[in-house]
Design a protein around this ligand. Structure first.
Ligand code: FE2
Length: 527
């Protein structure tokens, strides 16, 4: 019994030295209870002195814990003693010495005060330690949050720049100003997180707002009237960016604070960011790009301004280039038209031939479902198809009778002459020159100038060959009258697969029956 008790006490002391708080309590109390149970099992009873010693040992170990640990221990042990006493203290071998157990409350009170004295400074230290740890955690949490926020902003800027880059690539290939305006307005609204976005142009002092998002047409007009003469005019006059926190304050001297749910018919502008549309030429801005009613935050920040400025600059450059390109195109078209008309004027019998060949070629392009860009190229080639005739002597060009073989050989040179003339026009696509040069090739390979055969002949040349021949057949010449539509169709069918492409002839004949007058067909630029 003494051995068990000694081992229990040693174990308890080791627990006291080794562990702390709850683990100490669990370990020591388990050990002592086990030893008590072992003693009772071995001897059938427990000496109250031993019980007292066990109690003291356990009480001492609890001192290392918090006060509640000591109190809990006291409560449990007192309750246990009470229960044991209730059973007539049969468990204790010497009932007489039970009076010693009355010391238990006394020891408990002493332990309570000792624990309070020991734990109070420890608690204050722990409290200060906890506060410092909490403070360190708070700082760490703030730093992590700050880092996360800056990372989010960084990735958001990266994403925006990437989307801008993609937009710029798309715009650089775009030919339609409507698509450019739509894209810019869409990106402005989405990336600057706004309810409203719009683009407005100043043309000869008059404002035009062709594209807007987030508002109705009626509202767009109202808003434009309200701000274009003042705010927009100020932006294009000064070239500066305007960033208003409250539009009403700047237009009517009052502050609007209402934040209505989105309603495109009744909403008003709160905050507004307007940037000028100015190209790289240094000319005065020709319009503005604007966003209004920021979805997050009260006012547009520097990131919003940078993004919208970048977008506006790219849009301005693209739109200016498109304007210049359009002017160049028109000028180029007028030049080649004048050239073709000059050749045509030399031979009154072919009056209108160039125009009709262009109309018929465009008609065939539609019959075979060709795309607009290819149709445009073929239309240009059709206008220019006989430009090489400018170098053919008038005696051959305007001969009223059929040409001799020698004269025909000279006439055939108009195709290669066309290459020399058109190659000097650098802005003319090479494919147009090819189509012009090969418009007298035959599908069976017996044409000129290069005796190309079948699909080796450019599609545009195959189309112009049919259009050119059909118009020549149905119009009067000095040495013969023009054929009827039916006779011309018969000739085309006879030349199908030898002179002409079977596919083109098939599609042409399927649709030409509905055409009564070639001159009534639309030109490409009328389509
Ligand atoms: Fe020709």
């Amino acid at each position: 019994m003494w051995v068990i008790l000694a081992a229990s006490l040693v174990g308890s002391i080791l627990c006291y030295l080794r562990f702390d708080n709850l683990r100490l309590w669990y370990a020591s109390s388990s050990l002592l209870c086990l030893s008590s149970f072992s003693i009772v099992l071995a001897t059938g009873s427990l000496d109250s002195k031993y019980f007292l010693l066990l109690y003291l040992a356990l009480l001492v170990t609890s001192l290392k814990g918090k006060i509640w640990l000591t109190l809990t221990f006291c409560a449990i042990s007192s309750f246990t003693t009470y229960l044991l006493s209730g059973r007539g203290l049969a468990i204790f071998s010497d009932v007489a010495s039970l009076t010693e157990l009355t010391l238990l409350p006394f020891f408990t009170i002493i332990a309570f005060f000792v624990n309070s004295a020991i734990n109070k400074p420890v608690s204050e230290l722990e409290k200060r330690k906890d506060e410092r740890v909490e403070e360190a955690y708070a700082i760490a949490r703030y730093q992590v949050a700050e880092k996360e926020e800056s990372e989010i902003q960084f990735f958001d800027r990266q994403r925006k720049l990437y989307s801008l880059l993609q937009l710029f690539q798309k715009l650089s290939k775009e030919r339609s100003s409507k698509v450019v305006e739509d894209s810019v307005v869409y990106f402005a609204r989405e990336e600057v997180k706004s309810q409203v976005s719009f683009v407005a142009f100043n043309e000869d002092g008059k404002w035009r707002t062709p594209r807007f998002l987030g508002i109705s047409e009626v509202m767009a007009k109202t808003i434009s009237q309200k701000i274009e003469a003042g705010i927009f005019q100020k932006v294009i006059s000064s070239g500066e960016i305007i960033n208003y926190k409250n539009v009403e304050y700047h237009t009517q001297g009052k502050v609007t604070t209402e934040k209505k749910p989105f309603d495109s018919n009744s909403m008003s502008l709160r905050n507004l960011l307007v940037v000028p549309l100015q190209d790289a030429s240094g000319n005065k801005p020709f319009g503005v790009l604007a966003v209004a009613n920021k979805l997050i935050g009260a006012q547009y920040d520097k990131t919003d301004i940078d993004y919208l400025s970048l977008l506006a600059t790219e849009a301005a450059i693209t739109l200016s280039n498109m304007k210049l390109y359009s002017k160049l195109e028109r000028s180029y078209y007028e030049t080649i038209l004048a050239l073709a008309q000059a050749i045509e004027a030399k031979d009154p019998y072919t009056h209108g031939h160039v125009s009709r060949v262009e109309q018929l070629s465009v008609f065939i392009c539609k019959c075979i479902g060709l795309d607009p860009d290819s149709t445009e190229l073929i239309a240009k080639a059709a206008i220019l198809h006989d430009v090489g005739k400018i170098s053919i002597p008038d005696s051959i060009l305007m001969k009223a009778s059929a040409l001799t073989d020698e004269e025909f050989e000279i006439m055939k040179t108009h195709t290669s002459n066309a290459r020399n003339i058109l190659n000097n026009i650098t802005s003319l696509p090479a494919s147009v020159v090819d189509i012009v040069v090969h418009h007298h090739e035959r599908y069976d390979g017996r044409g000129y100038p290069d005796r190309l055969q079948g699909r080796a002949i450019p599609l545009g040349s195959q189309i112009i060959a049919v259009a050119d021949s059909f118009d020549a057949m149905v119009t009067d010449r000095p040495y013969r009258r023009g054929l009827s539509f039916e006779e011309a169709i018969d000739r085309l069918e006879r030349g199908n697969g030898t002179q002409f492409s079977p596919y083109i002839v098939e599609k042409f004949l399927q649709n030409i029956g509905d055409v009564e007058d070639i001159n009534a067909l639309p030109h490409y630029y009328d389509c």
